[in-house]
Unconditional design. Structure first.
Length: 328
């Protein structure tokens, strides 16, 4: 057996063939959802045990900024295929500055940035101008092609942020705005990044520890320092992250009536992926105590209490290279 196939077999052996729905946890999550003044859809999975918990996991929802995970996936694919480089230079211009979250829309132009810088800002600050720069560089059509090659047929990036849709659009674009997804499919994107499942469609060459692992490590480190921690991490990140680093990598999304969070969590029971969406929310306050944020926090807390009562351990995931052994 080749070294690549041996590694693949080792990875697959760690994951049971069939996911098992945790019905007790689902009941607890449904109580949280019922108390929320809005709607909830979510999918969660322990990548070691394959326990799952879900509420309407295949319901199409507005992505808000969680669609930026799909941009990260395409960036990883293009860096892997040498059609892009994290070190290549892009130039911020006044014409591509847009409002909303982020900071570079407020800076003087022209400003040179690397693709790594742009993606880092897109993740850590959910910077909308950086997002549009990444879309311009990678290509909207290419990003959607990568999503489809991953087998995600309900996930689409429709347009740039704060820009009108252009060209032929699906009939549902006005309803979903920036992008569409389902909790299950967005959890799949996070899982691909967390397990470094690149090279679509998958071949044995996917498992290149030195090359692919470094690409995924660059992305995981961005997600790990994402600055909006008012959702899923709120009640569960009790570690001294300044000393040990965070045990959570996540990407949030927010609209007036939407709060969403997609996370990879290094728990003591194994890596846990959660994609949770609250929508049609009555509470539209733009504060950290928005009810949607609190509901996401309760969801994260319930899942960790059920699956990893001993808590989190950042060393369960090798954040620098997920294809290499974990640091502990």
């Amino acid at each position: 057996m080749s070294r690549a196939l041996l590694f693949a077999a080792t990875v697959l052996a760690a994951f049971p063939a069939f996911a098992q729905q945790d019905t007790t946890l689902v009941q607890d999550l449904e109580k949280i959802a019922a108390a929320h003044h809005g709607k909830v859809a979510l999918y969660a999975e322990n990548l070691r045990t394959h326990q799952t918990a879900s509420i309407s996991p295949d319901l199409p929802v507005q992505t808000a900024s969680t669609i930026k995970l799909a941009i990260l996936l395409d960036a990883a694919e293009q860096v892997r295929s040498h059609t892009a480089s994290f070190d290549e230079k892009l130039v911020l211009t006044h014409e591509n500055q847009v409002p909303g979250s982020g900071i570079i829309g407020q800076l003087d132009t022209p400003l040179p940035l690397t693709l790594r810088d742009v993606l880092h800002l897109m993740v850590t600050l959910s910077d909308n101008t950086a997002t549009n720069m990444a879309i311009d560089r990678l290509g909207l059509d290419h990003i959607d092609k990568t999503i489809q090659q991953a087998g995600l047929h309900q996930t689409w990036l429709y347009k740039k942020v704060y820009k009108p849709a252009s060209g032929p659009m699906p009939a549902d674009q006005p309803k979903f705005g920036l992008g569409k997804t389902t909790p299950r499919e967005m959890a799949e994107i996070m899982t691909r990044l967390a397990t470094c499942n690149l090279d679509l469609p998958v071949t044995e060459e996917t498992f290149r520890v030195g090359i692919d692992g470094s690409i995924c490590g660059t992305i995981l480190k961005m997600l790990r320092v994402q600055q909006d921690r008012d959702g899923l991490p709120r009640y569960i990140e009790a570690l001294d992250t300044s000393e040990l680093g965070s045990a959570i990598g996540n990407k949030t999304g927010a609209l007036d009536r939407v709060r969403a969070d997609v996370a990879i969590i290094a728990s003591k029971s194994g890596p846990i992926v959660i994609a949770a969406y609250t929508f049609d929310n009555e509470n539209q306050r733009w504060t950290g105590d928005n009810e949607g944020q609190i509901t996401l926090a309760k969801i994260g807390e319930a899942i960790i209490k059920a699956w990893s009562p001993a808590g989190l351990d950042p060393t369960v995931i090798n954040w620098n290279n997920p294809l290499a052994p974990a640091s502990r």
